[in-house]
Design a binder for this molecule. Structure first.
Ligand SMILES: [Zn+2]
Length: 408
C-alpha cells in the first residue's frame, strides 16, 4: 500500500495521527509504513525528516524501491497499537525548506543571468550545492545571479503548489521536467519567476528563505559546482567568518581592509627570515667544518673526519654543504651521517685524497637496511629508513674501517 504523502500539500504541519499498515524488520531494525505521513523520505537530493512516532525517535525515512512505500525507521524493536501519533522535528524540516526553496530561486537566477542550467542538486547537513551546465562564469555573472536571487526573496513572492498531468506539463515552460512516469506531476511555482516539477518541501513565500549567499565555486570538467547557503545557514556562515575576521583584525591590530595586505606582508617577512636563517646556518656550518677539521684523525697523510648529526641539527642539503666545505681542503675525507626520520650517508673526499667513496657506500648502507644510493669515487650518498644515531654511527665506522684498508 502506498502511503498518502501529506507533505505534498502542507510542509508546515508537524503533528499528525496515522495508522500503521505494515511493520518491517531488517537487520535488527524496525520500520513502519503508515497509511499517511508528513515525514519526508530521502529523495530528489533532499534528506529525510527526523522526529518521533509515539515518542520514539525516527532515525531515518526511506522509500522502498519495489512499491515506493515510505519506511519510517525507529529506534526500537517494540510494536504497538495500529494508531500512532507523530511529531516532526521543525528545526530540521524548516532548514530543508529554506535551503531547497533557495535552490529553486538560485537555479532560475543562473538561467536568467547566464543561461546556465542546473543539472545537479545536493543537500546535506553541512553542504548545499548545485551543478551548473557551464564550464565558466565571470565573477560579475555570479554576483548578478546572487543579487537577483536575493531580490526575489525580498519581494516575498508567494509559492504555489500545482498538480498537472504530464501532457499539461509539457505545454508549460518548466525549468525541469522529471523522467516520464504515471499519474500527476507536482509543480512548484514561484510567482512570475520559476516553475518546476519537484517533490520536496518548500516555504510558502520567498521571504522565508531569508537570504542566499554563494560561498564557493568549483570547476568540474564542463560543470561548475556552486556551493551556497540560505537562511539560517547563511547567518551561521556569516557568524563564523565575521568571528574569524574580528580575530584577525585583533591579532594583526589592523582594520578589515588591511587584513589581507598584512597577511601577505607577514608571509613575505617569514620567507625572508627563513632565507636569512638558512644563510646563517650555512655560515655556522662553515665554522663547524673548521672545528671538525681540527679534530680529524690522521691516516697516513689523510685527515679523516667522521660525524653523525640528528635530523634536527642539520638537513640533507646542509650536510652536502658541510661536505663540500670540508673537502675544499687538501687531503681530507669526510664520512658524514644523518639519523632520524630518514637516515642519510654522505661520503666525500678532496680531489687529491685517496679512497673510493662509492665502494664504501654500499656496505655502509646495508647496515641501515637500505640499497638506495650511489655516486663516484669522489662523492657518494644514499638514504635509508628511520634510523637511530647508534646505527648510523655503526654504518660510518664500517665505512671508516674499509677506508683505512683502502688507504694502507
Ligand atoms: Zn524543490
Amino acid at each position: 500500500m502506498i502511503s498518502k504523502r501529506l507533505y505534498y500539500q502542507n510542509a508546515y504541519n508537524i503533528r499528525f495521527e496515522a495508522t500503521i499498515v505494515e511493520r518491517v524488520r531488517d537487520e535488527g531494525q524496525t520500520a513502519v509504513v503508515l497509511d499517511q505521513t508528513y515525514f519526508y523520505p530521502t529523495s530528489g537530493g533532499q534528506p529525510f525528516d527526523i522526529g518521533t512516532i509515539n515518542n520514539i525517535p525516527v532515525t531515518n525515512v526511506s522509500i522502498r524501491e519495489k512499491d515506493e512505500a515510505i519506511l519510517h525507521w525507529l529506534d526500537t524493536r517494540e510494536l504497538w497499537d495500529d494508531k500512532i501519533s507523530a511529531h516532526i522535528n521543525w528545526t530540521r524540516r524548516f532548514d530543508h525548506m529554506q535551503q531547497h526553496t533557495g535552490q529553486h530561486i538560485l537555479s532560475q537566477s543562473f538561467i536568467q543571468v547566464a543561461q546556465a542550467e542546473t543539472v545537479g542538486f545536493h543537500l546535506s547537513d553541512n553542504s548545499l550545492t548545485i551543478d551548473l551546465h557551464t564550464a565558466q562564469l565571470s565573477p560579475t555573472q555570479v554576483e548578478e545571479a546572487e543579487y537577483l536571487a536575493n531580490q526575489i526573496i525580498w519581494q516575498n513572492r508567494p509559492i504555489h503548489i500545482r498538480s498537472v498531468s504530464l501532457e499539461e506539463a509539457k505545454k508549460l515552460s518548466l525549468r525541469k521536467l522529471p523522467p516520464v512516469r504515471q499519474g500527476k506531476l507536482r509543480l512548484i511555482e514561484i510567482e512570475k519567476f520559476d516553475l518546476t516539477a519537484c517533490g520536496g518541501t518548500h516555504v510558502s513565500h520567498t521571504g522565508e528563505v531569508g537570504m542566499i549567499k554563494v560561498v564557493k565555486l568549483e570547476r568540474q570538467n564542463n560543470q561548475l559546482r556552486v556551493e551556497f547557503a540560505c537562511g539560517k545557514r547563511a547567518l551561521q556562515d556569516y557568524r563564523l567568518k565575521n568571528g574569524i575576521v574580528n580575530q584577525l583584525t585583533n591579532e594583526l591590530t589592523t582594520g578589515i581592509e588591511d587584513v589581507v595586505p598584512s597577511v601577505l606582508r607577514a608571509k613575505e617577512e617569514n620567507k625572508e627570515n627563513r632565507r636569512q636563517l638558512k644563510k646563517q646556518q650555512e655560515q655556522l656550518l662553515f665554522f663547524e667544518a673548521a672545528e671538525m677539521l681540527k679534530n680529524s684523525k690522521m691516516v697516513g697523510q689523510t685527515a679523516v673526519i667522521t660525524r653523525v648529526f640528528s635530523d634536527n641539527e642539520c638537513d640533507p642539503g646542509q650536510l652536502r654543504i658541510l661536505g663540500s666545505h670540508l673537502t675544499q681542503n687538501s687531503q681530507v675525507v669526510a664520512l658524514l651521517g644523518l639519523a632520524g626520520e630518514k637516515s642519510q650517508l654522505l661520503f666525500c673526499r678532496a680531489k687529491d685524497a685517496p679512497g673510493e667513496m662509492n665502494q664504501l657506500l654500499k656496505p655502509a648502507l646495508q647496515i641501515l637496511g637500505s640499497a638506495a644510493g650511489g655516486g663516484s669515487p669522489i662523492m657518494a650518498q644514499g638514504g635509508g629508513p628511520a634510523t637511530d644515531k647508534e646505527r648510523v654511527e655503526q654504518a660510518i665506522e664500517k665505512a671508516e674501517r674499509l677506508l683505512v684498508g683502502q688507504i694502507r
